[in-house]
Design a protein around this ligand. Structure first.
Ligand SMILES: Nc1ncnc2c1ncn2[C@@H]1O[C@H](COP(=O)(O)OP(=O)(O)OP(=O)(O)O)[C@@H](O)[C@H]1O
Ligand SMILES: [Mg+2]
Length: 479
């Protein structure tokens, strides 16, 4: 090895010497001619091959997956040999993950072939004078002897990417991405999404839901996540759409968190009212990564799908006040932000998602009014599985009682079961009543509070029914 470096060093030194003489004494034409061939001659003597893997390719829209995989591979394989490392927070904020620092060089060996990895960057100023306008283009450079060309390009690189991807899945800190409303996308920012660490504690186990329904959903999700080959075989993109519908407080948002926790996916919370137009929607889509859930909450409020929403809302009863308020505020937001996303834009978004992006993705819509949605939006193939989340059943209550009070059975359960059959209550209301309000609140106190809420609900329902009956009688008499 030493000998080889000495020979190479003296060859380069001779070239430098000859080049210095030529630059000083030769005319321009000779210099150009020499320059042209120096490159080739150097290539002939220099026995090493270099491969660069850049963080952003071409349009800079999307971080290169190859770069991310190499980064992860080197974070494990270089941390023993590199001398300068950087540390970042790992999964669940519980440990630090080490990776190679900039300009650090490490060696790796694969079936007897020795390779060198260097992490580097070029800083290129852009036209604007702002501080942020400098663009850093980071890359990894792999160097190896040309005699290993075959094994490196055909086997080693594949091994690095495969192992890197596995490490990423194991180590990754899951994220909740949002596209904040009214946020201007500055040119220096490489992404339109902002993110925070996703640490929602909801699981299917803690959800108040019929056990059979729960099992069905879990099986559906797990089957989807393991069906890469199946989807490839039948020629279908590896995507699945879920429509969650039901009254407020029945666990739609909670279920999305439980889905993400079950599959270990990231969540992209897409706020449609903040999206300027269909083009921006498409850009947002391109930036989403695989193993993620793209969520559009309250789809009926985010988009003027039918043009009839206002009329229907006006007709609704007092009970629907909460829903109407939510809808009105969304509408205001939409008008303020002047979003021009259309139904066809959204349909293209979903179909585009289905075809344009590799890797598994779920898309989830939630709504309080399933009947208002355009059939085109929720047909199978776009929204493959429709899940209704409804008022709390007694079985659902038992799950919540176990979670909140750690009781599986209690003499007061019979009264609760009877009342739950007579009146409707959302899981959110049950949960609120089961929550101890002071340190002295015991199981009986919380269960009594729930019984009281159920009785009040029952009374209110009876009163409403009586009022309706009265109204009908008055109307009939007037006729
Ligand atoms: N099925 C459920 N199981 C367990 N907890 C639930 C369930 N449904 C609701 N909750 C509780 O109620 C709260 C509100 O629920 P969530 O936000 O999921 O309702 P939602 O259906 O998304 O309502 P909205 O239509 O208003 O968005 C949650 O924080 C959770 O604690
Ligand atoms: Mg919700």
């Amino acid at each position: 090895m030493m000998e080889m470096w000495t020979t190479m060093g003296s060859t380069i030194a001779s070239f430098m010497f000859v080049w210095a003489i030529i630059r000083q004494y030769c005319p321009y034409e000779v210099r150009r001619y020499f320059e042209k061939y120096t490159h080739r001659i150097m290539g002939f003597f220099y026995p090493y091959i270099k491969i660069s893997i850049h963080e952003f390719t071409g349009d800079r829209l999307k971080r290169s997956e190859a770069y991310a995989a190499v980064e992860a591979y080197l974070s494990v394989n270089s941390s023993k040999s590199a001398k300068r490392l950087k540390a970042e927070m790992g999964k669940d904020s519980s440990n630090l993950v080490l990776s190679m620092d900039e300009y650090e060089r490490v060696t790796d060996e694969f079936h007897g072939a020795k390779v060198w990895w260097v992490s580097s960057k070029v800083v290129s100023p852009t036209k604007s004078m702002s501080y942020y306008s400098e663009q850093e283009k980071r890359y990894y450079r792999l160097t190896f002897h040309k005699r290993y060309r075959e094994i490196i390009t055909e086997t080693y690189l594949e091994h690095v990417v495969r192992e890197g991807k596995e490490i990423r899945v194991r180590n990754r800190q899951r994220k909740l991405y949002t596209n904040s409303p009214g946020y201007k996308w500055p040119s220096y920012k490489q992404t339109m999404w902002s993110h925070i660490v996703f640490e929602h504690p909801a699981t299917f186990e803690t959800m108040a839901l019929e056990p059979e329904k729960k099992l069905e959903i879990i099986e559906d999700l797990v089957t989807f996540s393991k069906s890469k080959e199946f989807y490839a075989r039948i020629g279908k993109a590896w995507k699945r759409g879920y429509l969650l519908y039901g009254p407020p407080g029945t666990g739609k948002s909670t279920m999305i968190a439980a889905m993400a926790n079950l599959l270990n996916y990231d969540v992209y919370d897409l706020e449609l009212t903040a999206v300027k137009d269909n083009t921006e929607l498409r850009k947002l889509l391109i930036e989403t990564t695989s193993k993620s859930i793209i969520v559009i909450e309250d789809i009926d409020c985010s988009l003027d799908l039918t043009g009839q929403r206002k009329k229907k809302a006006e007709k609704s009863s007092e009970d629907d006040k909460e829903k109407i308020d939510k809808e009105a505020s969304r509408r205001e937001q939409r008008e303020e932000s002047n979003s021009k996303v259309t139904l066809s834009g959204l349909l293209n978004f979903i179909d585009g998602l289905w075809s344009a992006c590799g890797g598994e993705r779920l898309i989830v819509f939630t709504t309080n009014y399933v009947e208002k949605l355009d059939p085109a939006l929720i047909r199978r193939g776009r929204m493959d599985k429709h899940i209704e989340l409804s008022y709390c059943s007694f079985k659902g209550f038992k799950v919540l009682a176990k979670n909140y009070l750690k009781v599986e059975t209690h003499p007061m359960f019979d009264t609760i079961e009877r009342l739950m059959n007579e009146t409707k209550i959302t899981p959110a209301d049950v949960a609120e009543n089961l929550m101890p309000k002071s340190p002295s609140d015991d199981v009986e106190k919380c269960l009594s509070s729930l019984i009281q809420a159920l009785e009040e609900g029952k009374e209110e329902e009876a009163k409403k029914k009586a009022d309706e009956l009265k109204e009908e009688v008055v109307k009939e008499n007037a006729d």
